[in-house]
Design a protein around this ligand. Sequence first.
Ligand code: ZN
Length: 427
Amino acid sequence: MADVLFTNVRILDGTGASPYPGSVLVQGNRIRQVGRSTAAISPTGATVIDGAGATLMPGLCEAHTHFSWNDAATLSAIQTMPLEEHVLWCAKVAKRYLEAGFTSCVGAACAKPRLDVVIRNAIDAGQIPGPRYLAASQEITVLGALGDETLPHLPFPEFSFGVNVSGAEEMRKAVRLFLKYGVDSIKLNLSGDNFTPQSPAETNWMTDAEVAAAMDEVRMRGKRGTAHARSAASVKQALRHGIDVIYHASFTDEETLDMLEAARDRVFVAPGIAILYAMLHEAEPWCITHDKAVQMGYQIEWDAAIESLKAMHKRGVRILFGGDYGFAFTPHCQNARDLEFFVKYLGFTPGEAIRCATLYGGQIMMKPGELGQIKEGFLADLLLVDGDPMANLGVLRDPKRLLAVMKDGVFAKQPGIAAERAWGRAA
Ligand SMILES: [Zn+2]
């Protein structure tokens, strides 16, 4: 692994601070030196990359990733993809995420029991390219709730998107099975979802005894509990049981916000609002007209989510970027759009939005002191971007503007040929 010196770059360090001109030396897989002027670092022995004024920033972290969602319009179309094709799909998507600048992803559930674990292990072993990855379980759910796709005449568990349990002991067994497979987190579907009309967003499904049994097992193995929680009651249930990552949190009340604020140093909220927007405004090609989406409850949820997330942001709750890409309406690798939504609809500054994917990304990846910032000693996950993301966040979802992607000190996307002429290898 050659040392790399990025010179003549604008350094966006990932803390939310404004960029400054400088140079960055990468040795091995770490950022060794950060200079505020090009002259400050000696290039001896390093490959020098003249950034020509481009922005160097930490790689992005997607906090709510589903590699195994296959850009289909229904849960059953995801679930019924045969296993062999599904593994290949996940491997392909993992590579695409990395090349799109997502150097870390937090798995938020997979469609078959071991898909996430197998992909994480293959990435870690260097068998396939992909981001740093935390592997999730399948969604664990109860009969009739989001993720129960079994049919009366076909009651086979393999048909179900999530794993159905009834009662604390069945929950314990399901959780233990996923822990045996090696997941980093266990995903519980605490609330419903407007995507499944029989179990809409504001309905609640799991008993406290079931959630407690799951978290008991999770804690015993030192892993993490995560929850699909759109309703206020489900967010409170998640918090009561010590669940660390709350997906969605659309509906809140004063008590919920107080509880979130009290837990803000522990808990992460990854809302994934792009899918709400897409269902309301962009899903017509899949027969979900705006009127139908309104009827399904998406306008009410969108309005509630915007208010809830603005309030959480004011209270210092960590809201993370990404979420629920991999449906037909929200295809993979458009994820950076969430950053624009945070600014447009939630009142974040561009710096705050970027921080959700960088500084907070390192925290949700369980590497707070070494990932998600451009800082000496940190892991070298870096993006070289043509343009200023603080002025235009849209550049982060334009592959042509992403000049280079480095993960762990190695280029996943090499700096392009056109610019290469400007660069030289130092003696
Ligand atoms: Zn999700």
